[in-house]
Ligand binder design. Structure first.
Ligand SMILES: Nc1nc2c(ncn2[C@@H]2O[C@@H]3COP(=O)(O)O[C@H]4[C@@H](O)[C@H](n5cnc6c(=O)[nH]c(N)nc65)O[C@@H]4COP(=O)(O)O[C@H]3[C@H]2O)c(=O)[nH]1
Length: 832
């Protein structure tokens, strides 16, 4: 339609002008001129919202025009009517470009404008060609005559400048152009190439492969990589060649041919190989690798990370590595880590982390910050190794160095170091410490007769038994062979040592059963040295304990000895007593005596204190002052105390049933008894079982019972008081006197300890104390009883100072029940 709007004469005139211009172009077209046109066309494309497809169409047009122009030239034609095609050549006649001018005026109001289609092939490395379409003001064309134009564009030269091989084939597979690089590579001139097919130029197989590539490009309709191969270039260098091909279409989308390029991608290949190598190293590294962004979010991990932590890639990407935290390191540890990382860009150390399934493990880790060109942190890369096995080996080595391989007990070196540490502590705390040296009697016979394997079995079993028998604070070690040592820290004199000796001896009471069901009975000899009296360093203590052990062996084995004689005697005596006490309980060798208590004003009896007695057939009479503290120490006091209470209650019931009258029987209660949570319950049970009314029972507790959990003791004493039981504080003034608690206690009596009664009225201190206790007790509405009253003068003083009650040898020693008739009036004879 537009074409029709233009007069033929006008058209002819323009064509002539174009011809002229083209003729001019033939010689003088400049790069700048083309460039300007390119830019104008590109702007136009952009402003018209040209899509990639449009641009591609332009490229196709370009090549089509070149093709047409070439064909026209070949066929001797000069131009078509409406589109004029012009090949632009350089001075040597090489084709520079093809220009097509369409003599169609798009703007009738601007007759000086016509559409010019300039097709210029610009060969660049990535094979982009530009198709140019622009409006050119005819007056602009005057520029073509400008004398300043000097640089001639040589497109062939331009494509020749590239090392890549570039060629163009038409739809018949005939080469229609190529560059110098092709000439060199194929060792043929352009003339020998253009107009030929692959089958003319190459062997059958190669030609077929090339044609296949053309087909592929045509079928896919886009640029395709048709082959990659390693070859040798003209200089016999190894090169990697990549051939890409693209189909060429005209404006009507008709296939015109295939353009191809082969380029050396050795550098890409190298980079690609390096990337593959790096990726392989990353993935196959034995060390775990984790990469985070600058905010600490995980962006990548490798396989070893998953193997070590158990977390898959999906489970960690985007999360913070703190998800692995074991909780073993304090906050300050990570603060220091970050400080170092930020200041030095790198941190190396060991971290305990947690695996997915909970186990914690040590890792040796290096964290590096990765900076960009502006020195801003882009990533953190952490490379770590699981060092669990290494740590276990270290631990094993440590064990070998410090522990006995057979029994797993500390060895001599470890024992000595532990003793040294404890000595420092004992020295500061002014405490005693004991080293006990133990040697199995006749162990050599075991080894000789039963063999070393059995000997080892026995030693292992003994180590287990000893560990079990001793307390957690004691340190047991095996020095060598059948020699064991024990450190008893913080001992309180020889008593606690003998109790440990007792425990160790009990280990040997059971026979050792061997694999063959045979049993062996063993004994051991022990020697004890005590710090600081027997030595002030680990060497001398061990040496002296060893010497003591040898003396025990000389004394007949199955024995023990202290380094000093007196201590040995003391310990022997205690152990004897201890053994005898167990026997006495079994034999029912204990019994009670009762000491009357009297009112001081008229000396009427008001009750009895039950006191325990023990007569051992071998050791004779043993004082409660000796066996009660031992019973407390070895844990027998609870059972003994219940026995006393029950026996005293039964005695009271017996007297009552005999018609004898008394106010109360008082029973001593040890601190450890009242501290038991079921004490009140046991007292209630015994009263019920024996039938003694609570109003006939009094319990004497010492002040020291308040030292442990006073609130609970006060609560229990109140419960006992509420049952009708009288309560008195024994030995008042000798122990833990807290007036604060005293006023809260539900007690009835205070007993002045006999140590304050002794020597009154002569001892001014004691008389003052006695007076003060009486005054204090009365102020608290308590009755006061004095014990250990032996003289009339004491009794007179106490009475004169308001003391209410008394007991002591002056009136009666503690006696067996049958000997107390004088103090137990029958109900009928009772004074009103
Ligand atoms: N020198 C002298 N002593 C006198 C006189 N009158 C009484 N005594 C003694 O003074 C002690 C009074 O008992 P204690 O202060 O409770 O002191 C008792 C008590 O703390 C404890 N004890 C005795 N029997 C038991 C018991 O069954 N249970 C508990 N837990 N402790 C008991 O043993 C301690 C000693 O008891 P014993 O040897 O029986 O000693 C008794 C008694 O025999 C006197 O005029 N002169």
């Amino acid at each position: 339609m537009l074409k029709e709007a233009i007069s033929q004469s006008q058209l002819r005139e323009w064509q002539q002008e174009i011809n002229d211009i083209s003729a001019e172009f033939r010689l003088t077209i400049t790069f700048n001129q083309i460039n300007t046109a390119v830019h104008r066309l590109e702007d136009l494309c952009i402003s018209q919202g040209a899509t990639d497809r449009t641009r591609q169409q332009h490229q196709i047009s370009l090549l089509q025009y070149i093709n047409v122009a070439i064909n026209n030239e070949h066929q001797g034609n000069t131009a078509k009517v409406d589109i004029y095609h012009q090949l632009i050549r350089d001075s040597e006649g090489h084709i520079l470009a093809a220009l097509s001018f369409s003599a169609v005026n798009h703007a009738l109001d601007k007759p000086d404008m016509f559409q010019a289609l300039s097709a210029i092939q610009i060969r660049i490395a990535d094979m982009l060609s530009s198709a140019i379409r622009t409006y050119i003001n005819s007056s602009d064309l005057g520029l073509k005559h400008s004398p300043g134009i000097t640089h001639i564009v040589d497109v062939q030269a331009f494509i020749n400048a590239f090392d890549e091989h570039i060629w163009i084939k038409n739809t018949h597979g005939i080469y229609i152009g190529c560059n110098k690089s092709v000439e060199r590579a194929w060792r043929k001139s352009t003339d020998q190439i253009v107009g030929k097919s692959d089958f003319d130029l190459f062997d059958q197989r190669t030609a077929e492969a090339f044609v296949e590539g053309d087909k592929l490009a045509i079928e896919t309709g886009a640029t395709v990589v048709v082959s990659e191969c390693e070859e040798v270039d003209l200089n016999f260098n190894k090169v990697w060649l990549e051939t890409i091909k693209a189909p060429i279409y005209d404006a009507q989308n008709q296939l015109l041919g295939v353009i191809g390029m082969t380029r050396n991608i050795a550098k890409h290949k190298e980079a690609e190989e390096q990337l593959i190598l790096a990726a392989n190293v990353f993935q196959n590294a034995v060390e775990g690798v984790v990469i985070t962004d600058s905010d600490g979010n995980i962006t990548e991990i490798n396989q070893a990370f998953t193997d070590i932590t158990g977390y898959s890639r999906e489970e960690v990407i985007g999360r913070n590595p703190s998800m692995l935290s074991s909780g073993r390191h304090p906050k300050s540890f990570f603060e220091r880590l970050w400080n170092t990382l930020l200041v030095q860009g790198k941190w190396h150390g060991e971290i305990w982390n947690r695996r997915k399934y909970g186990a914690i493990f040590p890792q040796s880790i290096t964290i590096s910050a990765v900076f960009d060109k502006q020195n801003i942190i882009q990533y953190y890369v952490a490379v770590f190794a699981d060092i669990s096995a290494q740590k276990q080996n270290e631990e094993k080595l440590k064990n070998l160095a410090y522990f006995d391989a057979l029994t797993q007990l500390p060895n001599r070196m470890q024992f000595m170091s532990l003793v040294e540490q404890e000595l420092n502590h004992s020295n500061r705390a002014k405490k005693q410490l004991a080293i006990l040296f133990l040697d199995i009697d006749f162990f050599k016979h075991i080894n000789d007769s039963l063999g070393h394997v059995i000997g080892d079995e026995i030693l292992i079993e003994l180590a287990k038994r000893l560990s079990y028998a001793l307390s957690d604070f004691d340190v047991l070690a095996r020095l060598s062979g059948d020699e064991f040592v024990v450190m008893l820290p913080s001992i309180m004199g020889t008593d606690s040592v003998t109790s440990s000796i007792d425990k160790i001896r009990s280990v040997f009471e059971r026979p050792f059963i061997l694999d063959n069901a045979q049993s062996v009975r063993l004994t051991a000899s022990m020697g004890v040295a005590i710090y600081p009296s027997d030595g002030d360093d680990h060497d001398s203590l061990l040496r002296n304990a060893d010497a003591a052990m040898h003396r025990a062996k000389l004394d007949g084995r199955n024995n023990y000895a202290f380094y000093t004689e007196s201590m040995t005697k003391q310990a022997v005596a205690q152990l004897k007593l201890q053994t005898a006490m167990h026997q006495a309980i079994a034999n029912d060798d204990f019994y009670l005596v009762y000491q009357p208590k009297l009112k001081l004003d008229d000396l009427t009896p008001c009750g009895f204190e039950a006191l325990m007695r023990w007569h051992d057939p071998i050791l004779g009479d043993i004082s409660p002052g000796e066996f009660i503290p031992l019973a407390e120490k070895i844990g027998l006091i609870w059972g003994m105390g219940l026995w006393v209470l029950k026996t005293a209650c039964l005695q009271g019931v017996e007297w009552l049933t005999q018609g004898k009258t008394f106010e109360r029987i008082s029973v001593n209660v040890a601190s450890l008894q009242i501290q038991r949570s079921d004490f009140v319950e046991q007292v209630r049970r015994i009263l019920l079982e024996t039938g003694l009314p609570a109003k006939h029972l009094e319990l004497e507790v010492t002040e020291s019972c308040m030292m442990h959990d006073p609130e609970a003791i006060i609560r229990d004493l109140k419960l006992l008081g509420a049952m009708g039981i009288a309560l008195s504080i024994d030995d008042f003034g000798t122990g833990y006197s807290s007036l604060n608690y005293l006023k809260k206690l539900p007690i009835d009596k205070l007993k002045i300890d006999q140590s304050f009664v002794r020597d009154i009225p002569h001892d001014s201190n004691n008389t003052a104390i006695a007076k003060a206790v009486i005054a204090l007790g009365h102020a608290l509405n308590l009755q006061i009883i004095a014990e250990g009253v032996e003289t009339q003068a004491q009794a007179d003083f106490l009475r004169a100072n308001g003391c209410d009650l008394a007991q002591g040898y002056l009136y009666s020693k503690p006696r067996l029940p049958d000997a107390l008739v004088d103090f137990l009036p029958l109900v009928a004879n009772m004074k009103p």
